[in-house]
Design a protein around this ligand. Sequence first.
Ligand SMILES: Cc1ncc(COP(=O)(O)O)c(C=O)c1O
Length: 377
Amino acid sequence: MDHLAPVFAQFPIEVVSAEGVWLTTRDGRRILDLYGGHAVAALGYGHPGWLAALERQARSVLFQSNAVPMDVRTRAARRLVEFSALPLPTVFFVNTGAEANENALKLACRITGRDQVVAVEGSFHGRTAAAGAVTWGAAAKWYGFPRTPFDVQFLPRRDASALAGGITSRTAAVIVEPVQGVGGAFDMGREYLEALRRRCDETGAFLIFDEVQCGMGRTGHPFAANLYGVMPDMITAAKALGAGFPVGALLCGPRAAQALKPDVLGTTFGGGPLACAVIEAVIEAIESEGLLENVRRISKRIRETCMVGPVTGSQGEGFLLGLRLSRPASEVQPALLERGILAGTSADPGVLRLLPPFTLGESHADLLCDALADIGA
Ligand SMILES: Cc1ncc(COP(=O)(O)O)c(C=O)c1O
């Protein structure tokens, strides 16, 4: 018996080391990682730039809080805003995706003075009080708090006809993953996101893109907002932002940023120098190694060539890729693991979810195709 809280379903492998896109298990197996630790390991494992940045910063100043100005923090915020190329120029660094969402929702409620938030069916936004409140199915499964911090209305995915009735002058914010992760690599599409933008403009509600899973290059674009050409008022990011170092960020446009005065938001660890040094290294690697282009290219190859075995179709964007299956993903996922490939499932039982490192190459994609063909229909 170990002393860890028994709250996680676990894969039947123990990882002892990793290099590039490969994991090595205690019993000496090499496993191709197409899951990346819930979409975190964007640069794979042992990336020299990531390691060097962390070590350099740790030897220089390993921590100072936000009470102390630090150049590395200023640089990380600038780099993130420049990378995004979006009109969201104010950054609040936090530690996790849930914390970023919590702060985004708080700002929207505070600025509008309204008490209702709209979310989309199938969503996952995190486990904390506000983020859990807008997570689809949380109330029935694990929410635990006696009440939510605001009223919540869930709307059906991709159904623009539901927006007029659902988003009203009571709505403080609409929070949406432009490409749902846990929901099954389900992309909302440009038209639906544009309709959300329009309805938020009509009602004065904030539009929040939760890009914790789909952002930071995972779609083959800096953010899904770039891909779809739809501008939210706030974006939340985490996961690939630190590519293994825990960090989150809230990117704010001017309407959200107007409320940012001393003490309105706060954090001890958010914006710590190690996290900020890593953010710079991650963006540097994505840009200098052409990883956005690589994500688009290899994603296309998988979609084109992996329509074999149990795969009947594909959905999602870039490396938030869903393979639609003729039989349950809960059967195909272990069959792939037996063949040395780690992939994920999702809330959609018919979808295998791939979240590989952005460094994945053609030969790796081909290994996936071979394994799927071997599994058979
Ligand atoms: C879209 C999305 N938002 C928020 C979260 C919560 O992030 P964290 O676990 O870092 O709090 C997740 C985690 O899977 C996520 O996929």
